[in-house]
Design a protein around this ligand. Structure first.
Ligand SMILES: [Zn+2]
Length: 303
């Protein structure tokens, strides 16, 4: 989700668009190279980042979409890989895992997909990491960090040594990831961000876009952005009374391009669900609404 957040988060370490050409292997850190999938879009930025770890490559993180050319490139660059890690099971991150894992005889590591209609159900992990589990990769190791929020099965992986965090869609430079409610959960997302600050992070290698530094400031900027949005939602509810999500959407996300409105709607729903759980708003019947233009979603919300 490409909603920019304000604030001083992040310290950009890369700048050129040529570093995101699909099929090109780009070194981004010691023993870490990036291969970008050919799925650039409004939602995926320059495309999904597949990371190859080790030299020769021993592990793959987020093999990406089920694209024949991208899979062929992974197999060519990482013929000896023995582990395929997945941050979460959205369609731009995990569908290649099965083919790559089977072709290489590699262990597939990640969490089972929830069945919410938005997940890659082909992903069947050999290993589901427990919290803070460390995977020994020889010269390197990865620690699995639970980060539910963007998706309920989201896991970040922290490279040891070095403190490079493979953040999937949990953290993206200058962008607030969409929270795809109801599988995505705003309260869980904010808790995950806070907890992430207790780890020795040095840099962030996101699922889309370039590496960036100053991780603590970046995390604080995302938290601040979300809490500001939450205050806006609550203020709008107080101002308009009972309202449907679709009537509220243009008030809160008026600057979001039309193509991204349906994703903004998910994040708005996630904010409302959190506010309801916090006892600060409630949902009730459509007949109470001042605005009944929405015919799909019969819920209305009020402060
Ligand atoms: Zn995602």
């Amino acid at each position: 989700m490409a909603a920019r957040h304000d604030g001083a988060g992040g310290g950009r370490l890369e700048g050129t668009a040529s570093a995101f050409k699909p099929g090109v292997l780009t070194p981004v850190a010691p023993l870490v190279r990036r291969l970008v999938a050919p799925n650039a879009s409004l939602m995926t930025g320059p495309g999904t980042n597949t990371y190859l770890l080790g030299d020769p490559v021993v592990a793959i993180i987020d093999p990406g979409p089920n694209d024949a050319g991208h899979i062929a490139a992974i197999l060519a660059f990482a013929p000896q890989a023995r582990c395929v890690f997945v941050t979460h099971t959205h369609a731009d991150h995990s569908p290649a895992a099965r083919v790559v894992g089977e072709r290489l005889g590699a262990e597939q590591i990640g969490r089972l997909p929830p069945d919410d209609g938005r997940q890659d159900l082909s992903f069947r992990p050999d290993t589901q990491p427990v919290r803070d589990q460390i995977f020994d990769l020889g010269e390197l190791a990865l620690k699995a960090i639970d980060t539910p929020g963007h998706a309920s099965n989201h896991v970040c992986y922290l490279l040891q040594p070095g403190g490079l965090l493979f953040s999937g869609d949990h953290l993206l430079e200058g962008v607030t990831p969409v929270i795809l409610a109801p599988d995505g959960d705003m309260a869980a997302y904010l808790d995950s961000l806070e907890r992430l600050k207790s780890y020795p992070l040095e840099q962030i290698a996101p699922g889309h876009g370039g590496l960036y530094g100053a991780p603590m400031q970046a995390i604080d900027a995302v938290i601040a952005h979300r809490l500001t949005r939450e205050r806006e939602v609550l203020a709008a509810l107080h101002a308009v009374g009972a309202v449907s999500i679709d009537a509220l959407l243009p008030q809160i996300y008026r600057h979001v391009p039309t193509a991204l409105q349906r994703f903004a709607r998910c994040s708005l729903e996630a904010h409302l669900i959190k506010l309801e759980r916090d006892g600060r708003c409630r949902q009730h019947g459509l007949q109470d609404a001042q605005d009944t233009q929405d015919t799909q979603d019969t819920r209305v919300w009020s402060a």
